[in-house]
Design a protein around this ligand. Structure first.
Ligand SMILES: NC(=O)c1ccc[n+]([C@@H]2O[C@H](COP(=O)([O-])OP(=O)(O)OC[C@H]3O[C@@H](n4cnc5c(N)ncnc54)[C@H](OP(=O)(O)O)[C@@H]3O)[C@@H](O)[C@H]2O)c1
Length: 382
């Protein structure tokens, strides 16, 4: 179930507001930043806003530049990205500009509201019922697997941004910080109060755009339990990149591993045959760099491009056992171990039997296999 890459985009005042309390929409960005946003829209497969923003701003959410639209068409894409909204109440104006401009539109709503809304909204709107409630994971599953959306731009408002960030579903934040203050306690904020994934995000970029500053951040905190977060995907990608750095071997897999604390701090990384040791495994190499008494280990997640081994001939302790002994109780991996060197290796079962959560993200399997193609039968090569 591949989720799209979720980009939260907004302009905010210096005091963190998305708008003021007045009836007209507060323009926070300048012309240069509106043009930047147009470019980001043009490179997205879909643009999503909450029903609150539809009611307050009546936006059109178009790619305004004819050149960017022409480039999309030349690349075989629809002229406009898919427009998406979510509503539980069904309080939607059928005359809103959102429905009557641009290309395809999709509404995610509840079973209760769907039928009435199909009768109310223009016939070309795809009204998708997602059950008694609209869960964000279900929205992203549907966008990824049914609508083919790979890159989703979320343009607000505050309640939508808040939920996606809290639930660990945002891959990236793009904030355009505008040089003005709102100063009204009741005005909508980009992120409401409440619990968020812990720790510091990673800064990707700062850029001056006219008189606003664009900040790009990526969340780093691992997910919890068996649910994958956007940050889990990013860390697993890093593990797959490490696998590609291993000295090649005809007798062992190339694997990368990263150990990340609950607050998103990278604790250690490793890869197969690191440091000239011909038999060291990736998880083993990473764990060896840590003090076994490190209090962050019980809350940490191990990312490994290949599932930790359950049995090995080179050393007595398999990696699944080393992980458990280190106190780690969460593992994210891309690829179940094939029978190439060990029959029916099942490190995931060993880990789960001991109470650990194992999250498998098969969308990264091809990347995990890539440096190991020479070890695999032709039919299973990436
Ligand atoms: N500065 C910027 O870049 C920017 C961008 C966008 C918006 N804004 C501002 O943000 C404000 C609007 O923000 P907002 O927080 O009021 O509204 P919002 O986040 O746009 O929309 C919230 C609404 O979306 C629906 N929704 C959200 N999560 C849902 C879920 N899980 N299931 C079902 N429905 C869900 C609900 O609609 P129902 O109530 O219909 O159930 C909810 O009331 C406006 O003032 C706007 O100007 C600013």
């Amino acid at each position: 179930m591949a989720h799209p890459y979720v980009l939260l985009s907004a302009a905010v005042s210096l005091d963190g507001f998305l708008d003021d309390t007045g009836p007209a929409r507060l323009l926070l960005s300048g012309p240069e930043d509106f043009d930047r946003v147009d470019e980001v829209r043009a490179t997205s497969d879909a643009i999503l806003v909450g029903a609150g923003t539809l009611r307050t701003d009546n936006p059109r959410l178009l790619v305004n530049s004819p050149e960017r639209r022409a480039a999309r068409v030349a690349a075989g894409l629809p002229e406009y990205p898919l427009k998406v909204t979510v509503s539980a109440s069904g309080d939607l104006d059928p005359d809103a500009q959102f429905w009557h401009t641009g290309g395809a539109k999709t509404l995610y709503t509840t079973d209760k509201e769907a039928e009435r809304l199909r009768g109310l909204l223009p016939a070309d709107v795809d009204v998708v019922a997602l059950g008694p409630d609209v869960e964000w994971r279900a929205v992203l599953d549907h966008l990824g697997n049914v609508k083919g959306v790979r890159r989703l731009m979320v343009e607000g408002g505050g309640r939508v941004h808040t939920q996606l960030l809290r639930q660990g579903l945002a891959d990236e934040l793009q904030l355009a910080v505008a040089p003005l203050l709102v100063g009204q306690a009741e005005a909508p904020r980009m992120f409401g109060p409440g619990a968020y994934p812990p720790g510091r995000m990673r800064l990707l970029e700062t850029r001056t755009v006219g008189d606003v500053v664009l900040l790009r951040y990526v969340p780093t905190a691992p997910g919890t339990g068996s649910l994958a977060s956007a940050a889990d995907r990013r860390w697993l990608e890093t593990a797959c990149e490490l696998a590609a750095q291993c000295p090649p071997s005809r007798t062992a897999f190339s694997v990368g591993a990263v150990i990340v604390a609950a607050d998103g701090t990278e604790l250690a990384r490793g890869h197969s045959r690191e440091g000239g040791d011909p038999v060291v495994h990736a998880e083993e190499a990473a764990l060896a760099k840590l003090d076994p008494a490190d209090p962050r280990l019980p809350g940490a997640t191990v990312y490994s491009s290949l599932e930790p081994c359950a049995r090995r001939s080179s050393r007595p302790a398999p990696c699944a056992r080393l992980i458990l002994e280190a106190g780690v109780r969460r593992v994210v991996t891309a690829w179940r171990e094939p029978d190439t060197f060990v029959q029916s290796a099942d490190g995931s079962a060993l880990l789960t039997a001991a109470g650990a959560d194992v999250v498998i993200l098969p969308e990264y399997e091809e990347r995990a296999k890539a440096p190991n193609a020479h070890l695999l039968p032709p039919s299973t090569r990436p």
